[in-house]
Design a protein around this ligand. Structure first.
Ligand SMILES: Nc1nc2c(c(CN[C@H]3C=C[C@H](O)[C@@H]3O)cn2[C@@H]2O[C@H](COP(=O)(O)O)[C@@H](O)[C@H]2O)c(=O)[nH]1
Length: 341
C-alpha cells in the first residue's frame, strides 16, 4: 500500500506525536538493567519458546508450523469484563486462561481426534463445532467466537487455494526473509491487516502477522526454513499486555486523563487516537529498551547466546506480565475488542 509506514516507522512517528502516552527514559534504562541480569539466562534465547511453555509443540515439523499458524490466526482479544469471571480451559490436569486457554483448547481438540490444525478441516468447520472446540469450563465463553469461526473459514480457504493447505509452503516462499513472510501473510490473509491511521498518516502494527513470523522462527528453532536472516527487523507485538507491564515497570506513562479513563474500564475503539498512542509508544519503548540493553551488554563485554532482539524482549516481558498478574492489578490494561490483538 502506498504511503503505508512500516511498524517500526509507525511506532517512531506515533511516539514523536503522542499526547497522552509518554516514554520514560529513566524507566527504559531500569528495564534494560533488569533484562541485563537475564541476558545470558534461558529466557532471552530462542529455545525458551519450547522449554518454558509446555503447551507449545515440541517438534519442528510441518504439523508444528501449522499448529502455530492456526493459533496465531486466533491469537486475539482474550480479556474478560471481570477478572473473576473468565473463560478457562482445563487440559492435562491444569487450568489455563487468556492466550493459553486458546492453546489448551486446540491441544484438547487434537487429543479428541479433531484435526483443528488442518486447513481442509477448518476451512469448512461450522460455528457449532468451533463453539465445541473452544468451549470454556466456566459459563464465560471465549470472546468473539463468531469472528473466530468466520476467520477460520476465510483463512482455511485461502491456505488451501494459494498454499496447498499448509503454512509451511507460505514460509518456504519467503526465501528465509522475515519481512517477505510478513508481507506474504498480510497480502494474502485479510484478518492479519492490522493497519489504521494517525495524524493523517497510514500506519501499520501487524501485531498478529509479526507474532506469527516470530513463533514460526521459534517453532523451527531458527533453523532450516526458519533461519530468517532479517529476524531482528521484527518489532515487539502491540497487544494489550505489554503496555500494562511497561507502565508497571515505569518505562511508559499515561496522562492523568487517559489513566482515569482506563481505571474506569472504559473501552477504546480500534484506531482511536489514545489506543493508537498506547500501542505505538509501547512498540517504540521496547525498541529503545533493546538499544539500551545492547549498549549495556557491550559495555559489560558479556557473551550472549545469539543476538538479543525485540522478539525475545517481548516474549520475556509478556511472560513477566503473566507471572506478576497480582502485582500489576493496580495498573489497568486498555480494553479494545477487535480481531487484531
Ligand atoms: N506482545 C505479546 N502479546 C502476546 C504474546 C502472546 C503469547 N505468545 C507467545 C508467548 C508465549 C508463547 O510461546 C507464544 O509464542 C499472546 N499475546 C497477546 O496477549 C494478549 C493475551 O494476554 P492474556 O489475556 O494475559 O492471556 C492477547 O492480545 C494476545 O494476542 C506475546 O508473546 N507477546
Amino acid at each position: 500500500m502506498d504511503g503505508l509506514l512500516t511498524p517500526r516507522e509507525s511506532a517512531k512517528f506515533i511516539a514523536e506525536n503522542s499526547r497522552d502516552v509518554f516514554i520514560d527514559h529513566g524507566g527504559v534504562r531500569r528495564v534494560a538493567e533488569l533484562l541485563l541480569a537475564k541476558a545470558t539466562g534461558p529466557e532471552l534465547r530462542i529455545g525458551g519458546w519450547k522449554a518454558i511453555h509446555e503447551l507449545n509443540p515440541r517438534g519442528a515439523d510441518e504439523a508444528a508450523v501449522n499448529w502455530v499458524f492456526v493459533i496465531d490466526t486466533l491469537n486475539f482479544s482474550f480479556w474478560s469484563e471481570s477478572d473473576e469471571h473468565k473463560c478457562l480451559v482445563g487440559f492435562g490436569g491444569k487450568t489455563y486462561s487468556g492466550y493459553w486457554s486458546l492453546c489448551a483448547a486446540v491441544n484438547r481438540a487434537l487429543d479428541e481426534g479433531i484435526p483443528i490444525t488442518s486447513a481442509s478441516y477448518y476451512a469448512t468447520v461450522t460455528l457449532d463445532e468451533v463453539r465445541h472446540i473452544l468451549r470454556s469450563d466456566t459459563d464465560v465463553p471465549m470472546p468473539l467466537i463468531e469472528e473466530r469461526h468466520r476467520i477460520l473459514n476465510e483463512t482455511g480457504k485461502i491456505l488451501l487455494e494459494k498454499f496447498g493447505g499448509s503454512f509451511l509452503n507460505c514460509v518456504q516462499k519467503s526465501d528465509k526473509s522475515a519481512q517477505k513472510l510478513l508481507h506474504l501473510v498480510v497480502e494474502n490473509f485479510p484478518s492479519y491487516r492490522d493497519v489504521t491511521q494517525f495524524e493523517g498518516k497510514r500506519i501499520s502494527f501487524y501485531k498478529r502477522a509479526q507474532i506469527l513470523v516470530a513463533d514460526t522462527w521459534s517453532v523451527l528453532e531458527g533453523k532450516g526454513d526458519g533461519c530468517f536472516e532479517d529476524i531482528s527487523s521484527i518489532t515487539m507485538f502491540a497487544d494489550y499486555r505489554l503496555p500494562q507491564v511497561l507502565v508497571y515497570l515505569g518505562a511508559l506513562k499515561y496522562s492523568d486523563e487517559l489513566l482515569e479513563k482506563l481505571l474506569t474500564g472504559e473501552m477504546l475503539f480500534y484506531g482511536n487516537r489514545q489506543e493508537v498512542e498506547i500501542r505505538g509508544c509501547s512498540v517504540w519503548c521496547v525498541e529503545l529498551i533493546r538499544d539500551c540493553l545492547l549498549e549495556l551488554i557491550e559495555k559489560k563485554g558479556e557473551e550472549t547466546t545469539g543476538e538479543i532482539n525485540s522478539i525475545l524482549l517481548d516474549y520475556y516481558l509478556w511472560d513477566y506480565a503473566r507471572d506478576h498478574r497480582e502485582d500489576m492489578k493496580g495498573v489497568p490494561f486498555h480494553r479494545t475488542r477487535c480481531i487484531y490483538y
